[in-house]
Design a protein around this ligand. Structure first.
Ligand code: NAD
Ligand code: UDP
Length: 309
């Protein structure tokens, strides 16, 4: 099998490449290194892995056949996408189109990495795939949320109109080794702050919730989704919901940190609650997350201690 992974040098992309290579795939990875790093893919075997430094907003030309395309390229952290709103929107529109065109040309199955952000600040809890979401189209998160929504629409219509075999994964907050320490997302922030003895910055009062999925669980879900024939969106995430203040306390405890927990300004449009309904994934993929938050955090803290201190 021959797969293309865009965003291969990022957090999820690098784990996916590793997983596919272990399964015997030949993998071609594409990345513009905006938030990814070559370090993340440096241990992948040269015989099975080829890296192409390229922005997916430029037309993609790949020699030879492709069986599967996993389109993961996109800034994912609010800090990263708010620093480059237009690039984010072009990646999730022109970039997705270019990647879908490649799938059409190669007759490859195409999987789009979508996000729980398509639900915006949800008014329905937990979020089922049938919920249309509550998104501010002109707020600071819109460049990401709206372009990911457009990417979903483009994906299903390449399927309906042009017959491309497509999949859509709505990924909820995922964490683990190889997240960038300066990524700005909550788990790398809290772990690095706790390990360095710096204040742990909880935004608002920390009453907002997220549901955190460990990377190995997400990767097995993505792989299973690719190997169904289901074209509509599927939620992939861990349904255990955690308040951000609880997460701060847990990370402080697991790192034996003396850091103070401080409360700072709540970002505009920060979603208040987030929890996936994974009934569909359970039924369709026979999949559910296996790694508990404490266990996943311990592994992640160990990696940050070894690699980033
Ligand atoms: P990441 O920032 O670690 O990885 C994204 C990768 O895409 C980076 O290597 C970056 O350099 C690359 N990239 C960005 N724009 C590009 C472009 N135009 N052309 C080529 N490469 C480009 O983020 P991640 O957490 O690994 O996220 C991967 C995908 O999963 C993204 O599409 C993201 O929207 C989606 N997702 C992630 C989460 C999560 O919690 N990690 C949640 C929902 C959705
Ligand atoms: N957050 C926080 N402190 C930080 C970083 C994030 O309290 O240093 C909060 C943020 O306001 C949000 C949650 O943690 O409510 C998750 O933020 P993240 O950026 O990881 O992802 P999001 O789910 O918002 O895209």
């Amino acid at each position: 099998m021959r797969a293309l992974v865009t965003g291969c040098a990022g957090f999820i992309g690098s784990h996916l490449c590793e997983f596919l290579i272990e399964k015997g795939y030949e993998v071609i990875g594409v990345d513009n290194l905006y938030t990814g790093s070559k370090q993340n893919i440096s241990s992948l075997p040269k015989g099975q892995f080829t890296f192409i430094k390229k922005d997916i907003t430029k037309r993609l030309k790949i020699k030879g056949s492709l069986d599967e395309i996993y389109n993961l390229a996109s800034p994912a952290s609010p800090v990263a996408y708010q620093n480059a709103p237009l690039a984010t929107m072009f990646t999730n529109s022109i970039g997705v189109k270019n990647t879908l065109e490649l799938a059409l040309e190669k007759n490859a199955i195409f999987l789009q990495a979508s996000t729980s952000e398509v639900y915006g600040n949800p008014l329905i809890h937990p979020q089922k795939e049938s919920y249309f979401g509550n998104v501010n189209p002109v707020g600071p998160r819109a460049c990401y949320d709206e372009s990911k929504r457009f990417a979903e629409a483009l994906t299903v219509n390449y399927s309906h109109e042009l017959g491309v075999e497509t999949r859509i994964a709505r990924i909820f907050n995922t964490y683990g080794p190889r997240m960038q320490e300066s990524d700005g997302r909550v788990i790398p922030n809290f772990i690095m702050q706790a390990l360095k003895g710096e204040p742990i910055t909880v935004y608002g009062r920390g009453q907002q919730t997220r549901s955190f999925c460990y990377i190995s669980d997400l990767i097995s879900g993505l792989y299973k989704l690719m190997h169904t024939n289901y074209i509509m969106p599927v939620n992939l995430g861990n349904p255990r919901e955690t308040k951000i203040i609880e997460l701060a306390k847990l990370i402080k405890k697991l790192t034996n940190s003396k850091s103070k927990i401080v409360f700072t300004k709540m970002p505009i449009d920060d979603p208040i609650r987030r929890k996936p309904d994974i009934t569909l994934a359970k039924r369709l993929l026979k999949w559910k997350p296996k790694v508990a938050l404490k266990e996943g955090l311990k592994k992640t803290i160990k990696w940050f201690k070894e690699e980033c201190l």
